[in-house]
Design a binder for this molecule. Sequence first.
Ligand code: LLP
Length: 417
Amino acid sequence: MHYFQYRNNELYCEKKKVIDIAKEFGTPLYLYSYRTITEHFDKIKRAFSCLDPLICYSVKANSNLTILKILVERGAGLDIVSGGELFRARLVKCPPKRIVYASVGKTEKEIKEAIDYGILLFNVESLPELVRINKLAKSLNKKVDVALRFNPDISSSTHRYIVTGKKETKFGMDIDSIKHIFSSWDNYSSINLKGLHIHIGSQITQAEPFIRAIKRVKNIMDELAKDGIYLDYLNIGGGLGIVYSEEKPQSAQDFADKVLPLLKGMNFKLILEPGRFIVGNAGILVTKVIYIKDTPIKRFIIVDAAMNDLIRPALYGAFHRIEPLRKRADVFEKKLSDIVGPVCESGDFLGKDRELNVKEGDYLVVFGAGAYGFSMSSNYNSRPRAREVLVKGNRTYLIRERETYQDLVRKERIVSI
Ligand code: LLP
């Protein structure tokens, strides 16, 4: 469900015609719907409301400050993975006790910053990391709360680059390492062990892998309880899939209906870390056709957005629906085409073999670009990054200015050698 809909062959975002926004703000342009973002957040919150969970929105999915602020003001916490994301969380005044911090490579500087801000939990991914946090906490005279990230060794049918819950991946710890840490707990005098964390991957459309993973983590909790150890938090991560094409993902309610019975009778705070589910379908990428290039083999629709703006097709072969902003009644020539950007790589495409009825100067829209779109964009080929605009009802808000050529070189020096 989202608020990008065609009416009379014109795309609207909430109450605004997208073409008017594209003309006003130029392209390439990321456009977000306020109502879609907030409704998705509310849906997941409502589905789990009987446990009053902490929903820590995963900042990496889309880290625009206005989007973070909207969610934090609605009661969200934040799932962060770097000092930079902590900085963003602080800028939007996210209360520290609503922040959880994962990442296999937290540096000393990052750990100290997070201790200093007083975050709720470090999601610890290895023994050396635990040792490091303990040492730093001691030196700062603090006692720090952590959850251990358990790698449940669960496979799921998603792209191999975004599977994180298999034992071959770098994430989390296996059961023996976790048990070892519990049995040697006295070594970590500056740490309180407060919970367990899992996150098995992303864009998972079925409940089944989540259920298997939750059962495994629950077994550990049960074993600990037998030894008289009761944990305060269980974090079941993010990963809920959305519709890009023909997927039939579970709704938040379906997911909750399957997961909640597993958690019955347990006395802990539930944490979830959704990213894509909240923002994925709340954003589109608007781009303009620069040229139509016909070759003996195929047609290329060359547009002003490229892999530096949206890398998912190039990196994961991800499918994003692409349509004209204004569907033309006059069919002049529908032809199977690749939609490509100006970047000098053959992997620079937004879509392949699509049937589109467009001509030079038309606008196209790439759907499902709200998550891992702008946040994974780069300046490759010295291309300034796009503007970001948010629509609420019939109002538009510029939430990120387009980069300039000057921005591209701001940190560089021309050194005479
Ligand atoms: N929690 C942790 C510890 C994570 O690593 C992630 C995502 C999330 C939560 C949020 O997952 P989500 O609910 O958004 O699926 N760039 C890839 C996705 C990478 C996901 C990385 N971790 C893509 O464009 O598909």
